[in-house]
Write a protein that binds this ligand. Structure first.
Ligand code: AMP
Ligand code: MG
Length: 405
């Protein structure tokens, strides 16, 4: 039997960071930068107005007041996207919109709210300081600046900057394409009537959703019967589309478990018992040419879920080029009592009651207890060597709130 840490190392060694590719920036949310980003031009790239108002020379308004407003002729009008051909002289105003380039000769903008809004002549009742409401060229970013470095995680805020400094297509580590396949002759599509002895496939939905949440582009395949030939056919098709294949079911000791034999025929695979509960039977390997990694999860839904969190989330994050692979652990006190097998790590399902307190959820810790899993937002980690936890004891907890991070 392998420890959780030993098996995690094996799984992580079996996957690699994906090769970089060029993608349009509409498709890079959640990817990792595979190049440095330099600004092709300054930001702002020209002096422009930060307000709708009038471009003026501030000195002209020095004596403006409510009782003695200053009136200036409006000699031009500049919407965003246009520039004025006029050069502003002392005693003149040019109407200007937010984002429009400052006209030559003007040094400031007076907000429309501080004027009567006139179009032929504008009356202004307040003085302003030189430079008011003007955004200066380069005050944010200089042309040629290194604005983001290779290895940076790209989220919405980074995408805005990349677009602004002039890049439409960039080099990134793409999101892994993950095929999810549930095996089991008892599985039917949810929503159809159940004949006696059959169950709804829930694993493939669970694993597809969580793989997407962990930054993959995952897609679900219809469940496959416990039939080696059927499985081989599907796998041969998927090796051309996927960067990782995840299966559930069919890897325990059952007489009709076809996953092991199918993988051993198609490529390499190793199956291990891991000292954990739930999730003891695990396997991984590769199929196809070039070899695509496969990870086989146990069929019990809670086992599949816990195994995903412990092994596959870190593997997907490695493929994405991220450095932080595991979810944060934190300490909490346990409300309730729990028995644990002394020679295994137990991942019990719990729920945060406060930032540092968790309680158990569900009717026991059976690996089929989906009702409890749906209430959980914490995995309580009971290490090897501990066989019971009493009420109020400190425990280590994996915080699984925020699936999308
Ligand atoms: P197995 O690992 O194939 O022996 O399956 C272990 C248990 O998990 C059995 O009770 C299966 O019926 C159940 N199971 C297997 N696959 C799924 C699935 N896709 N959705 C829900 N339960 C499943
Ligand atoms: Mg099965």
């Amino acid at each position: 039997m392998l420890s959780v840490a030993e098996y995690l190392d094996l799984v992580l060694d079996s996957v690699s960071e994906l090769p970089a590719m060029e993608l349009p920036i509409s498709d890079v949310n959640g990817c990792v930068l595979a190049q440095d980003i330099y600004a092709r031009w300054p930001l702002p790239s020209f002096d422009n107005s930060s307000m709708d108002g009038y471009a003026v020379i501030a000195a002209d308004l020095a004596h403006a007041s409510e009782s003695v407003p200053i009136s200036l002729p409006v000699i031009d009008d500049i919407p965003a996207g246009f520039k004025s051909l006029e050069t502003l002289q002392s005693g003149q105003a040019i109407r200007i919109m937010t984002g429009a380039p400052m006209p030559a000769g003007a040094d400031s903008v007076i907000r429309v709210e501080d004027t009567d809004g006139g179009s032929g002549v504008v009356r202004i009742q307040v003085p302003i300081e030189v430079g008011s409401c003007v955004r200066r060229e380069g005050e944010d970013v200089q042309a040629g600046d290194l604005v983001l470095t290779k290895g940076t995680f790209i989220g919405p805020r980074q995408i805005a900057l990349i677009a602004a400094v002039g890049h439409g297509v960039i080099s990134v580590i793409p999101k892994p394409r993950v095929a999810v396949l549930a095996t089991g002759s008892e599985l039917v599509e949810p929503g159809t009537e159940l004949k006696y002895g059959l169950i709804s496939d829930s694993n493939s939905f669970l694993i597809t959703a969580i793989a997407n949440d962990s930054g993959a582009t995952a897609y679900r395949l219809p469940p496959v019967q416990d039939d080696e030939d059927a499985l081989i056919e599907i796998l041969q098709d998927q090796v051309h589309r996927a960067d990782l294949i995840i299966t559930t079911g069919g890897v325990s000791m059952g007489a009709y478990d076809p996953v092991k034999s199918a993988f051993l025929k198609l490529g390499t695979a190793q199956f291990h018992k891991v000292a954990m509960q739930p999730g003891m039977p695990q396997g991984f390997g590769s199929v196809g040419e070039p070899a695509i990694p496969i990870i086989t999860l146990p069929g019990n839904p809670v086992s599949a879920y816990v195994s995903f969190e412990v092994f596959i989330r870190p593997a997907i994050r490695k493929m994405r080029g991220l450095k932080q692979l595991e979810r944060p652990h934190r300490s909490a006190t346990l409300k309730g009592e729990l028995q644990s097998p002394i020679n295994k790590v137990q991942f019990a399902r719990g729920r945060f009651m406060a930032e540092e307190q968790v309680e158990l959820v569900g009717t026991g810790q059976g690996s089929h207890v989906l009702g409890g899993l749906a209430q959980a937002d914490a995995l309580i980690v009971i290490p090897v060597g501990v066989d019971s936890i009493t009420n109020g004891e400190q425990v280590q907890v994996i915080d699984v709130r925020g699936d999308l991070t």
